[in-house]
Design a protein. Structure first.
Length: 112
């Protein structure tokens, strides 16, 4: 049976699995947080450990303490201007209306 457009195939999401005493995987993992961080610190400081393991441990410690570093994306528009000479007057007026509305929306968004 195909999914209906706009409706999730799994509206409840993934079911939460619990242990016999009612704990979730997240609960179990949180119980070992301090030990896990200590292990990462040990690996990070172990001069005999492979460099990749030390870097991975350091990265995990930093990410958990400070969050991941923000990623930036450079956006450039180096496309050639479009040739509008084949458009009708009505089409050009419609484009101008859209451009004006976009400018108004951009101005309104900046005032929030």
């Amino acid at each position: 049976m195909p999914f209906e457009p706009g409706k999730s195939g799994n509206p409840s999401g993934r079911p939460v699995h619990r242990t016999a005493d009612g704990r979730t995987l997240a609960d179990l993992a949180r119980e070992h947080t301090e030990e896990a961080v200590q292990t990462l610190v040990e690996v990070m400081r172990d001069k005999q450990a492979p460099a990749a393991a030390r870097v991975a441990a350091s990265d995990k410690i930093l990410n958990r303490g400070w969050g991941q570093a923000p990623q930036t994306i450079a956006v450039t528009d180096d496309r050639a201007p479009r040739d509008l000479s084949g458009m009708t007057v009505e089409q050009l007026e419609a484009l101008e209306t859209i451009r004006t509305l976009d400018a108004l929306d951009s101005g309104a968004a900046g005032n929030c």
